[in-house]
Ligand binder design. Structure first.
Ligand code: TPP
Length: 634
């Protein structure tokens, strides 16, 4: 190993970041300059990675949550020898077509794990990465899955509300392989964070079940010691690293002026002289570059050892692991869908679409081991938990149903991380109206093309009594407005199955399944002949009152009653109120509506009059059917 003073290694990052921002005349030099020591320690001593293979499955993940500091990441990719990240790319920072856009984009630049920029998203997404690691390790063992997720987060990341949801989840799940390095520089755009913040972050994290400590983030030995402690912890760890934004800049260091604009020629020169960096733009001394390149290939041996361990798995397990990481769906899934749809066509079901969604999940879950459902509370209302599903928890990492608590945003961000980590196809549920709470993460899902599924129930005014706070009206439009977001609103059980199939097979973008609450019929209306029309009119009137009902046309009572018991039950359904409408006497109908069902029809002989008048006279009308239903509903 070439030995180079580690502060010179950090200065290479500082120099490149300053030069690139200067050339682009836009960007953020302050964070890379301040956090350069943290990054140097992490990348040269701890991060398990191999620059030659940025996609190696058991690599450690590094997430720059403060995406505005992207030059930190681009410098690291160049210095460690990522083949695509050439010096030329750094010279074209923020230019059209370069691999160095303003904020890191995982779908654009190799070696970047997730897209960041909207503060808070990176740290919240990282929880999904760490969760996926834990779940996959539980299935495949530590020989194959054993890596850390490191995050560099800024003041802004920790100010954003979503960070609280993320921190709470990680602490609760004891995601001990998650290590957050907090760039505690106390500066944001407006000036010192004391303008608007007085949170003790160490206490905040500790109260959420994390190990947390405060260190000098400019002291490389202290950083290394803290990461070592973090690796040993059985909790997630947060290391608050006190740093100076724009470290080395003669007048701008420690001030908001170092945050978001080029330093300017004079300040840049002063910083380079102070730090002992060549004034020649984009130059890195040979020995420093060599040492960085060694850091980039440091993980090659670990990768090869991993490959050897992986080769020890049975061929079947290897293929399955690789299939899952590629997000390729198993052949059994298509078969399970086919069988389910066939059964639906043979035994038509008239149940709420969210209920039929549950039956889809039950039908396919065993065919798809990567299926990971979850709900932001409301599990009982959203119906996306398979009957066979076990809850995920710190103690049951093989559980594949995740209780996210009342955290829609944290759930959506974690789902991105779960998908991006690989090995799982996450879906998460809440009410459609609360997509507003999850929207920033949903938008990133669409931008990144993560194949996640949102199960959004209670999709319209049809949810009834909860009223306008819970009734989405603009949400379908708002979701459809997001490029690459696919929105489905299925009408019946078959469509629900088809939409689920399309959603689960979509691996290049997110899907919303908007499912109504109503439809779980509270009233079943049975009728034959002309009275089917009356029943349909009654259904409409009931719907206007927010009461879900179903109409069953019974052309032959005998044939219905002659069906096998299961089929008969499915047709009759289990709505609590049953009403039969037929312009004849009740006899025979009790077998369908039961003795407590309501009958709208004849109770004696008829009379001579025009037909329309007769129906009115004998009360065989939609209104009468509605009233009968309302009476029984109480
Ligand atoms: C959700 C969100 N809101 C606002 C911004 C705009 N923004 C970019 S950087 C920044 C200040 C962040 O300060 P800090 O996190 O302390 O970063 P540092 O100053 O240390 O670079 C803001 C408000 C953003 N990127 N994301």
């Amino acid at each position: 190993m070439t030995h180079v003073d580690p502060s010179r290694m950090a200065n290479a990052i500082r120099g490149l970041a300053m030069d690139a921002v200067e050339k682009a005349k836009s960007g953020h030099p302050g964070l890379p300059m301040g956090a350069a020591d943290i990054a140097t320690v992490l990348f040269t001593q701890f991060l398990k990675f191999d620059a030659a293979d940025p996609k190696w499955p058991d690599r450690d993940r590094f997430i720059l949550s403060a995406g505005h500091g992207s030059m930190l990441l681009y410098s690291l990719l160049y210095l460690t020898g990522n083949t695509e990240m050439t010096l030329d790319q750094l010279k074209h920072f923020r230019q059209l077509g370069s691999l160095t856009p303003g904020h890191p984009e995982n779908f654009h630049t190799k070696g970047i794990e997730t897209t960041t920029g909207p503060l808070g998203q990176g740290i919240a997404t990282s929880v999904g990465f760490a969760l996926a690691e834990k779940m996959l390790a539980a299935e495949y063992g530590k020989k194959v899955v054993d890596h850390h997720t490191y995050v560099l987060a800024s003041d802004g990341d920790l100010m954003e509300g979503v960070s609280q949801e993320a921190i709470a989840l990680a602490g609760h799940w004891k995601l001990d392989k998650l290590i957050v390095l907090y760039d505690d520089n106390g500066i944001s755009i407006d000036g010192p964070t004391s303008l608007s913040d007085s949170v003790d972050q160490v206490k905040r994290f500790k109260s959420a079940g994390w190990q947390a400590e405060l260190i000098d983030g400019q002291d490389q030995q202290a950083i290394a010691a803290a990461i070592t402690r973090a690796q040993k912890s059985n909790k997630p760890s947060m290391i608050a690293c006190k740093t100076t934004i724009g470290f080395g800049a003669p007048t701008k260091a420690g001030t908001a002026k170092a945050h978001g604009e080029a330093l300017g020629a004079e300040e840049l020169k002063g910083a380079k002289e102070k730090l002992g960096i060549s004034l020649e733009p984009f130059s890195v001394p040979d020995d420093v570059l060599k040492s960085w390149r060694e850091a980039g290939s440091r993980g090659a041996a670990a990768r090869k050892e991993w490959e050897a361990r992986f080769a020890e798995l049975t061929a079947r397990r290897r293929t399955e692991f690789e299939r899952r990481l590629r997000h390729e769906r198993p052949a059994a899934l298509a078969k399970a869908f086919k069988a389910h749809k066939k059964a639906l066509l043979e035994t038509p079901q008239n149940i709420a679409t969210r209920k039929s969604s549950e039956s889809v999940i039950d039908a396919i879950v065993t065919a798809m081991p990567e299926f990971v459902a979850g709900s932001a509370d409301l599990t009982g209302s959203n119906n996306n938990k398979a009957k066979s599903a076990i809850d995920f928890s710190a103690k049951t990492p093989k559980g594949r149903f995740i209780h996210y608590g009342v955290r829609e945003h944290g759930m959506a961000a974690a789902m991105n991380g779960i998908f991006l980590h690989g090995g799982f196809a996450p879906n998460g549920a809440t009410f459609l109206v609360f997509t507003d709470y999850a929207r920033p993460a949903m938008r990133l899902a669409a931008l990144m093309g993560t194949g996640v599924v949102y199960v959004m129930t209670h999709d319209s005014i049809g949810l009834g009594e909860d009223g306008p706070t819970h009734q989405p009206v603009e949400h379908l439009a708002a979701l459809r407005a997001i490029p690459n977001m696919r929105v489905f609103r299925p009408c019946d059980a078959v469509e629900v199955a088809e939409c689920w199939e399309l959603a689960l097979n979509r691996i290049d973008g997110p899907t919303v399944l908007a499912l109504p609450q109503q439809g779980e019929a509270r009233v079943s209306l049975f009728a034959s002949g002309s009275e089917v029309e009356i029943a349909v009119a009654a259904q409409k009137q009931l719907g206007e009152r927010g009461i879900a009902s179903r109409v069953v046309s019974v052309p032959s009572l005998e044939l219905l009653l002659a069906q096998p018991v299961e089929k008969r039950k499915a047709i009759i359904g289990n709505a609590p109120v049953k009403v039969a409408v037929e312009a004849a006497v009740r006899f025979g109908w009790d077998a369908v509506i039961g003795p407590d069902g309501a009958f709208v029809g004849m109770h004696g002989f008829g009379a001579s009059a025009p037909v329309k008048d007769l129906y009115q006279h004998f009360g065989i009308t939609a209104e009468a059917a509605v009233n009968a239903a309302l009476k029984l509903l109480g």
